[in-house]
Design a protein around this ligand. Sequence first.
Ligand code: URA
Length: 205
Amino acid sequence: TPAMAPPVAPLAGEDGWDRLRTEVAGCTRCGLAAGRTQTVFGVGDTQAKWLVIGEAPGEQEDLRGEPFVGAAGQLLDKMLLAIDLPRASVFIANILKCRPPGNRDPRPDEVGCCLPYLTRQIALLRPTIILCVGRIAAQTLLATDTPIGRLRGQLHRYGPLQTPLVVTYHPSYLLRSPGEKRKAWEDLKFARRTFEELTATGSAR
Ligand code: URA
C-alpha cells in the first residue's frame, strides 16, 4: 500500500493548546508582526469556566508577553475579584495577539487575520461564560456595530455552542470615566448571577 501522509486531525486538550501557542508565536499574518516584541497568546487556566476577552496588548503586555499586566490589568484583576474570580481561575485573552502601534484601535484586516486564533482558543476552552471587556471585543464577537452601552446589561450567545456572553466596559475606559464603574459593577454581578444559574440548572458542563 502507498505511504499516506497522516491526516492533520484537530487536537483536543493540551496538544491542541500547544499547537496553537506555537502557531501564534510565529505568526506573520498581518503587519503588526513587524512591530511587536512578542505575541501575547493569553494566560490562565486552560480548564477555566470563565473566558475574559479584551482588545489588544498594550506596551506592558507587549514587553511581558502576558495580557492585562499594566494599569488596566490591575483594575481588571480587582473587577474579577469583586465577583470571586482570582486572576488565575479564569482564562484571559485578547482579540489581537500583537500590539497595535501607539495602542490605536485594531483595523478590520488585523482582526480578520487574528480572530481565527481566538475562535480556536474558545473551541479548546469551551467556557461556560464569556465576559467581553470593552467595545472592540463585544462588537467583534457579536458581529455588530451596536454601541457598547446597548450591548451591556443583557445576555448574548456566541458561536457554534451558543456560549453565554456578557459585555461590560473596558478597565481602561473605567480609569478615564470612573463615573461608569457603577454600571460595570452591575454588569459583573449580572455575569456572576448568570453563571450561577447556568451551573445550577445542570445545563453547563
Ligand atoms: N488592554 C487590553 O484590551 N488587553 C490587554 O491585554 C491590555 C490592555
